[in-house]
Ligand binder design. Structure first.
Ligand code: SAM
Ligand code: SF4
Length: 331
């Protein structure tokens, strides 16, 4: 008799194999599209999830067939227990891939520790390859240090290192050729992310949003072509040059049918389940993370909530949900 592997599905038949887990809301950067005034502590906030709470959470998801976890934030590398959390998550039976998204601030010094803790994939945010622009976007004159961190991470044996660049009109949309030269020189994959509207950045969005399709047209004009989508892949459509190394992906949440292949769920640093980046304020799982005896209830709750996931976001109707900025739920 064959045993059917567990599956987590919503009411639209989409299967969820990937959890984005925020470790903290705290960030040391002040990216203009995310936290332009820097991180501000909110009074009365409960503590971030403990290592034990995270272990129970990820164990429940893994028992539902989820196999990939990405640590994010805020800036996950600022969480003092990062290494212990990574080791714990990587050791959960069923978790086959542990990734992290980072601004790269600590990468040059910590890459070896990340590999040893089980982090096998990194996405590093680099919104400009011009040092002055990088400083103006993030509030930190550290482009060289972040690039050095990427080199160190690859030398340390991180299996996959990808770059994220938020695409912004009038800020970095003239850097396509420079990014192409960089990814081909270093044999890297970079994804342009359309800037997304959040509750905190409507004016920034209005001033700087560029449709990903604009980049796609420019890439195609240079002979780049789309690669086939691989199973379990994220939302990026990836393009390759006519020959040679380097890949550019486009993440275009405003494009038609963007939500069709959604395969991810999110949990905030304080244990709220977000069925969509642009949904409501999240559903608190924390009361079910307090002891190992609650695992069955936790699993049942995650299953029931996932079943209710909406078919698509409502960005086109001007509704970006309850998210003040992406640092608050993990981007
Ligand atoms: N601090 C880490 C970093 O910047 O990589 C991880 C958290 S950050 C919220 C995750 C990703 O979301 C980053 O690549 C960031 O550039 C992206 N991001 C943040 N706000 C965004 C927005 N409004 N639109 C599009 N991407 C955004
Ligand atoms: Fe911090 Fe990342 Fe937001 Fe930039 S995008 S402010 S690095 S959380």
């Amino acid at each position: 008799m064959s045993i059917t592997p567990p599956e987590l599905r919503d009411g639209h038949g989409r299967r969820f194999e990937y959890l984005r887990l925020s470790l903290t809301d705290v960030c040391n950067f002040r990216c203009t599209y995310c936290l332009p005034n820097g991180y501000r502590k909110q009074a009365g906030q409960p503590a971030e999830l403990s290592v034990d709470e995270i272990r129970r959470l990820v164990t429940a998801f893994a028992q539902l067939g989820l196999w990939k976890v990405r640590l994010t934030g805020g800036e996950p590398s600022l969480r003092p227990e990062l290494i212990e959390i990574a080791r714990t998550v990587a050791a959960v039976p069923g978790i086959r891939r542990l990734a992290m998204t980072t601004n790269g601030y600590r990468l040059a010094e910590c890459a070896g520790d990340y590999v040893a803790a089980g982090i096998g994939a990194l996405n590093v945010s680099i919104d400009s390859l011009d040092p002055q622009r990088f400083a103006a976007i993030t509030g930190h004159d550290r482009l060289d240090n972040v690039v050095a961190g990427i080199t160190t991470a690859r030398a340390a044996g991180i299996g996959s290192v990808k770059l994220n660049a938020v695409l912004m009109r009038g800020i970095n949309d003239d850097e396509l050729e420079r990014f192409i030269a960089f990814v081909s020189e270093h044999d890297l994959s970079l994804r342009f992310i359309e800037v997304m509207r959040t509750n905190d950045n409507p004016q920034f969005f209005a001033d700087h949003h560029v449709a990903g399709a604009e980049m796609t047209r420019r890439l195609q004009g240079m002979g780049w072509s789309a690669l086939p989508r691989v199973a379990g892949a994220g939302p990026a459509i990836e393009y390759a040059p006519p020959s040679g190394p380097g890949r550019i992906g486009i993440i275009a949440p405003y494009s038609k049918d963007f939500c069709t292949n959604c395969n991810r769920l999110r949990v905030s640093a304080r244990g709220k389940l977000h069925l969509c980046l642009f949904g409501d304020s999240g559903i608190d799982l924390r009361p079910l993370l307090q002891s190992d005896d609650q695992q069955n209830d936790l699993i049942a709750r995650i299953k029931a909530l996932t079943a209710t996931k909406a078919l698509a976001h409502r960005l086109h109707q001007g509704d970006s949900g309850a998210t003040p900025h992406l640092a608050s739920i993990g981007g």
